[in-house]
Write a protein that binds this ligand. Structure first.
Ligand code: ACO
Length: 407
């Protein structure tokens, strides 16, 4: 891969030495055979295939198969996989009570992580992480049911009835219908939206050891079931420094518009670190050049808004913001470029998704990656319980004061 590594496993035991690495900037927690990133050159490949080729020519379900099983499927394998995922889209009726119990204002990411953790309770006879058949069926269930849960979180938030999945539709079309269809009128899927969403999901499908994937692996390393692991990954994705950035970008663009201050003033605030404000959708721990996914998303934004005849002033603000930042020494010297989240929200908004659904869309996209990484760890003989060290800097031994009586 080109990265040089020192294998420090066992170092502490042998030498008493440990590495202090805030944010794991220098620490490889695992070997992996799934996704390759070269952050300096802006390269992303799933199982060796460049992201540009997959985004242009594959489908999300095919990419899911590729990530999870390691190879592109044959036609028969693809059809069987698609059919299995489709057949598992129904949720147990009782789980709908969980949605009823939550306020309609609930953030869909909270709903999603809760419901995914709760899914495990319906499958307690097949949670054995060492049983390949259980792992397989849970893989299919998660791929099939998480989009339905996300769509129900949306429906709940707007006070509309949950639709049953329509198994005559493709994966993405079904998801669009579950979100935007209703019982009063027929719903026609717009093929432009469908293809654009499929492509966005492909772009999000894996990104090696990011915060949410590392969370999935860490929880998985305790041999907790795959639902618990993925639910934890969803929680990690929620934060604005990770998947929540797509929602934060749109809020930022709307704030710039509403403040009337203009882009230049906002960029000054970022550079001066006023109130800790950051340019959301910019910067990345690994990419120190243009995020290859962001290039595709930007192009997609033009296409989708054009095809839908949507004129969104937020897109103009985003374009101006990008240009201003790319020409500014602050961003250049720190090698800050747009990341995948910078333009996605504008597309999701044009599709009709409310801002709070943006991160759940990311979660649906990232799901095959989480599953593939969980499974890879699960069968890797070198895997062990994840348990970082710390350097204790607190007080030395002291004693509970004699005569302390107020408790
Ligand atoms: N806006 C302004 N300044 C930034 C930004 C930003 N978006 N990102 C980094 N910087 C600055 C930091 O302030 C720091 O400057 P300093 O040296 O003067 O203190 C320098 O660049 C290095 O930043 P770090 O925080 O050390 O970089 P790190 O790798 O830890 O951060 C992160 C990566 C969290 C993604 C950061 O770039 C960020 O906060 N971006 C905005 C949130 C975002 O878009 N997140 C999505 C990431 S992609 C994903 O998860 C899908």
């Amino acid at each position: 891969e080109g990265k040089r590594a020192i294998d420090t496993s066992g170092l502490l035991k042998q030498t008493g030495l440990t590495a202090l690495d805030y944010g794991y900037v220098n620490t490889s927690s695992t070997q992996s055979w799934i996704t390759y990133i070269n952050g300096d050159e802006g390269i992303l490949r799933y199982r060796g295939y460049p992201i540009e080729e997959l985004a242009a020519r594959s489908t999300f379900l095919e990419v899911a198969f590729l990530l999870i099983y390691g190879e592109l499927p044959t036609k028969e394998q693809y059809e069987a996989f698609e059919q299995r995922v489709t057949r598992h889209t129904l949720l147990h009726e009782d789980i709908k009570l969980l949605f009823e119990a939550l306020p309609f204002t609930a953030h869909p990411m909270s709903v999603l992580s809760s419901a995914v953790a709760a899914l495990a309770t319906y499958y307690e006879d097949s949670l054995d992480v060492h049983d390949p058949e259980s792992v397989e069926i849970n893989t299919i269930r998660l791929l099939a049911k998480i989009p339905v849960i996300a769509a129900y979180a949306h429906k709940k938030s707007i006070g509309q009835a949950f639709l049953y999945p329509d198994n005559s539709l493709s994966f993405v079309d079904n998801f669009l219908k579950l979100n935007f269809g209703n019982y009063a009128e027929p719903y026609e899927v717009n093929p432009v939206l469908s293809r654009a969403l499929d492509r966005l999901l492909i772009l999000h499908a894996d990104h090696e050891q990011n915060a949410s994937t590392s969370t999935v692996r860490l929880v998985g390393s305790t041999e907790a079931n795959i639902y618990a692991s993925i639910s934890a990954g969803i929680s990690a994705l929620y934060g604005p420094l990770h998947g929540g950035a797509n929602e934060a970008v749109l809020t930022m663009l709307a704030d710039i518009r509403d403040s009337g201050d203009g882009v230049a003033r906002f960029v000054e605030r970022v550079k001066n670190k006023e109130d800790g404000v950051r340019l959301m959708g910019f910067g990345h721990r690994v990419y120190k050049s243009y995020d290859p996914r962001a290039k595709i998303v930007k192009q997609s934004a033009d296409e989708v808004l054009g095809a839908l005849g949507v004129h969104d002033p937020l897109l103009e603000i985003a374009l101006e913001l990008e240009q201003t930042a790319l020409n500014d020494e602050y961003f250049q010297s720190r090698r800050l470029y747009p990341n995948v989240d910078f333009y996605t929200g504008i597309i999701y908004k044009a599709m009709g998704f409310p801002t709070r659904m943006f991160t759940p869309l990311f979660a649906i996209g990232r799901l095959p990656g989480w599953i593939a990484q969980w499974r890879e760890q699960n069968i890797d003989p070198r895997s062990k319980l994840g348990r970082p060290q710390q350097l204790y800097r607190g007080s030395g031994e002291r004693h509970y004061p004699d005569g302390r009586e107020f408790i």
